[in-house]
Design a protein around this ligand. Structure first.
Ligand code: ARG
Ligand code: ZN
Length: 885
């Protein structure tokens, strides 16, 4: 057990900094066995601060070598060092602080601060990594103008990069060289970056709307030069889009991206020097799936968009993280929607929200979009802060309308350019620009938990009046037993026999924004409200939560016939998809009941016929059809069953039964869809092709579920594939549904073909982590000893270990608890080496209360075992202890 309990930080306790650092000059000397950092900090007392004249600088894992104020070395009694930082007892009003430190990047396995990935040096400073580089006011409200000098051996590290512009380069006599960078834009330390390595680049240019010529470069290892074009294209599209949609122009003459193999997250928006996990920037048709291409496009855009929403206007403190992340995720989601299929993107995002963020909101780590306290901020880079945060911004967009929202964002950027601000500042700018009162809406930032919206209806045929009664509630979450009603925009329509009906809300003018008048947004603000529609000539089916207009759970007692109607005829693509999902859930429920009662499962033909006709309708978007026919995952089904205690075996058996029934019932339609969805054009990651491949590969999967002989189709596709989407889809089908021998042969041949490409092999690892059968855990364990695995590389850990615990529900939840023990073992190994990754791996165990007690207790036992470790990292401590509370 830890001896001292780590302390939480509270939003309430925020204090402005007592000192500012106006200019920061850093000199790095990089060597193989150590690095020295000389920091010259031009400090100035904050005139508004009432604090005393001591100065505390954050610093961790640093070896202090020199310390001087205005050139005068400090005596030992003038300062004090702890494992958190450096306290200087007295400092003047204005002074130059010089600090020399020595660090060991080559031994830094946490991938935070300065570290080595393969042979290159790189940094990751968000949120609090800069303090592992030098003593500093490592907080986002201290913004400084950086000048950075990097010195290293020329042959090993020909490329030396930092933020801003290169202002000086020289070769030194001893085989070393030196480059100096200057970033004219003051920035917090978390946006600092440094890269040194033997890197190669592709280059392009962008002309901004204001006439600036920007040089764009993507730096990679030589072997990866052929995988950069898509990221470059995505970058240029993002730059254009941000000008067109937000009026935001790039503000320097260069923009660099660097690909790094060992990276804890997806990417980082360091000013003018974005650093990317190589899995989020490199791609090629031969090695990358459609989903991979889309990820690259979205993340390149996300990091680029941060240049305004994050860098030019940054966060005052880390409680405000969603200020930049929620807004930027909203921006990148809209960008992706504009580049591809809007409905499919919305469905994908809603799926993530519902299956993962809602679970977070209902679990022990639940927190508001703007958290009130944290022990380790790295644990709060969450789906709630990012994805729910984006939904909150989307709701503001819905409430204000596109034009007023744009005025709001213009005002926000104008008012706060160069500042470190709060979520409140964002909301106020939106209010000021639009005149819309967002007082009640602000609860979305402060209240955790997923609201439940319950809808009941009543149709008065004689009066032609249709009434919706809508109630809302929000379950208690840790520290928040009682919730106030939220302002919820509920987009809706009414479906009649011949299509969507015109809407006439009693006491309201027709909605001016929707030309066809068949869609409206109801504003829910009270625990219970009634909405009366007039001149409704037939009993309609309500089409609710169109476009997933709010991150809420919706409850309306649809009959299966009503769901079929919505699924086949509603105008709103999201509602159609959602109806298909709900229909599947209702059928799955029934199957579970049958299995529980010891009966043979029988699947409602209504569902099977609806699916078959969907599949046969070639007028529909194949991508949406595929999404509608994809069954909910076992882990999502377990979340839904949490209240009664999820039974993993029952869920698995029911889902298998439904999958088989759907496969066999529509076999000829699947075969037809498979055959007609061939893409003949050369591979391109464009919506039309992606849609065809997605339906074709889903069809292949169902065909293999229908009949063993269809594995032949998968084998043929595997052999003929010219792109990774089709190849990997075929391999997945063979490994999931083929015989042991078919599966082994295909997996071995894949490895032989791709062992030189680490990113491809990660996909191979991930695919195997989800393989069915009793032997799954043994396979995962043996893959951990495979030459292709490396515990230090987060992508590999995510692929194999998180892949197993998140996507292989039945085998992870083995009755003997061996799956849980395995996960805890890996967490223990990573606990001190890479606490961020160790902490993220914990996620499935935090759900222990959702399962039947036999499993729940075994899961809990592993959390307790971890809690008792002697050297528990703060990251793991926070999640483990909150999960056990
Ligand atoms: N700001 C980055 C992004 O959203 C994420 C960096 C998070 N890093 C971390 N260690 N928590 O693009
Ligand atoms: Zn971000």
């Amino acid at each position: 057990m830890r001896d001292a309990q780590p302390r939480a930080t509270f939003l309430q306790e925020y204090q402005p900094p007592a000192y500012f650092i106006e200019r920061t000059e850093l000199a790095f000397d990089l060597y193989e066995d150590y690095t020295t950092v000389l920091a010259n900090l031009h400090c100035l007392r904050n005139a508004d601060s009432t604090a005393d004249n001591s100065l505390f600088l954050h610093g961790e894992e640093l070896e202090l070598q020199s310390l001087a104020i205005d050139g005068r070395p400090l005596a030992e009694d003038e300062y004090q060092i702890s494992d958190k930082g450096l306290l200087i007892h007295r400092v003047p009003e204005q002074f130059e602080l010089s600090i020399g430190t020595r660090i060991l990047p080559q031994d830094n396995a946490s991938l935070e601060g300065l570290y080595k990935s393969n042979k290159m040096f790189c940094t990751q400073c968000e949120a609090e990594g800069f303090r592992k580089i030098t003593y500093y006011l490592d907080r986002p409200d201290v913004m400084s103008e950086f000048t950075v000098t990097i010195e290293a051996e020329q042959a090993r590290y020909p490329v030396l990069l930092s933020n801003g512009n290169a202002i000086h380069e020289e070769s030194l006599a001893n085989g070393r060289h030196r480059v100096r960078w200057h970033d004219p834009h003051p920035k917090p330390s978390y946006l600092f970056a440094l890269v040194a390595g033997d890197l190669h680049y592709i280059e392009d240019h962008f002309h901004t709307m204001g006439g600036r010529e920007v040089c764009l470069r993507i730096f990679v290892e030589a072997k990866d030069l052929g995988k950069c074009q898509h990221a470059m294209d995505s970058l240029k599209k993002s730059m254009r889009w941000d000008e067109e949609v937000y009026g935001r122009e790039y503000d320097l003459d260069i923009f660099n991206i660097v690909a790094v193999d060992d990276f804890n997250m997806g990417a980082m928006e360091n000013k003018s020097l974005n650093i990317f996990n190589s899995s989020c920037v490199l791609c090629s048709p031969e090695t990358t799936t459609d989903a991979g291409f889309q990820t690259v496009e979205a993340i390149v855009a996300h990091e680029y968009f941060h240049n305004w929403s994050g860098n030019r206007v940054t966060c005052r403190d880390w409680f405000q993280l969603s200020l930049k992340e929620g807004f930027t995720v909203f921006r990148d989601a809209e960008f992706s929607a504009d580049m591809g299929s809007r409905t499919v993107k919305r469905v994908a995002d809603a799926t993530v929200l519902r299956s993962h963020q809602f679970a977070e909101d209902a679990g022990p780590m639940a927190h508001p979009v703007r958290p009130e306290s944290f022990i380790e901020i790295s644990n709060f880079y969450t789906l709630t802060v990012y994805e729910k945060g984006a939904e909150v911004v989307r709701m503001i967009h819905t409430l204000l309308g596109a034009e007023a929202f744009r005025r709001g964002s213009d005002l926000y950027f104008e008012r706060h350019d160069g500042q470190a601000v709060t979520c409140e500042d964002f909301v106020r700018a939106m209010e000021d620009a639009s005149g819309v009162d967002l007082t009640q809406f602000r609860r979305w930032y402060s209240q955790a938990g997923t609201p439940l919206v319950t809808v009941r209806d009543d149709y008065d045929a004689e009066a032609e009046r249709y009434t919706l009664t809508v109630t809302q509630s929000c379950p208690p979450t840790p520290g928040q037993p009682h919730k106030e009603p939220m302002l919820i925009p509920l987009a809706m329509g009414l479906l009649g026999e011949a299509g969507n009906l015109p809407l006439k809300l009693a006491g309201q003018a027709p909605d001016a924004e929707t030309a066809d008048n068949t869609s409206t947004v109801l504003l829910l603000s009270e625990p219970e409200q009634h909405f009366v529609f007039e001149q409704v000539r037939e009993r309609p089916v309500p089409s609710l939560l169109r476009g997933f207009s709010a991150p809420v759970r919706l409850d309306y007692n649809y009959s299966r016939a009503e769901l079929c109607a919505l699924m086949s005829r509603d105008d709103d693509g999201f509602v159609r998809w959602d109806a298909a999902q709900q229909l599947a859930l209702s059928v799955l429920d029934e199957i579970q009941q049958q299995l529980t009662d010891g009966q043979e499962p029988s699947v409602d033909p209504l569902y099977l016929d609806a699916c078959a006709s969907l599949l046969a309708d070639t007028s529909l978007d194949p991508a949406l059809v595929a999404e509608m026919l994809r069954l909910p995952t076992e882990s999502y089904l377990a979340e839904l069953a949490a209240a009664e205690g999820a039974d993993v075996e029952l869920i698995h058996r029911a889902r298998e039964a439904l999958e088989t029934a759907l496969a066999q019932h529509a076999e000829s339609q699947w075969l037809d869809a498979y055959r007609r969805s061939v893409v003949n054009a050369p591979y391109a990651p464009v919506a039309e092709q992606i849609a065809a491949r997605s339906l074709r590969n889903l069809s292949l999967y169902y065909l293999a579920c229908a009949k063993a002989q269809h594995i032949g189709l998968a084998q043929a596709q595997y052999a003929a594939a010219t792109n990774m989407t089709d190849r990997l889809a075929a391999l997945r089908v063979i490994s999931q549904r083929g015989t042991q021998q078919q599966s082994d042969e295909a997996l071995d041949s894949f490895y032989r073909d791709w062992q030189h490409d680490s990113l491809v092999i990660n996909q191979w690892l991930q695919l195997q982590s989800a393989m069915p059968g009793e032997g799954a855990l043994a396979r995962v364990r043996s893959l951990m000893d495979h030459e292709a695995f490396d515990l230090r590389n987060p992508n590999k850990v995510r692929a194999l270990v998180a892949g197993f615990s998140n996507n292989n529900s039945l085998q992870f939840h083995r009755p003997d608890g061996a799956g849980y023990a395995f996960l805890a073992e890996v967490i223990e190994q990573l606990n001190t080496r890479n606490p961020q990754i160790a902490s993220r791996l914990l996620n499935p165990l935090t759900r222990w209360r959702n399962y039947r007690p036999d499993r729940g207790e075994l899961m809990k036992a592993q959390l307790e075992r971890l809690a008792a470790l002697p050297d528990l990292s703060v990251d793991v401590y926070e999640v483990v202890s909150k999960s056990l509370q």
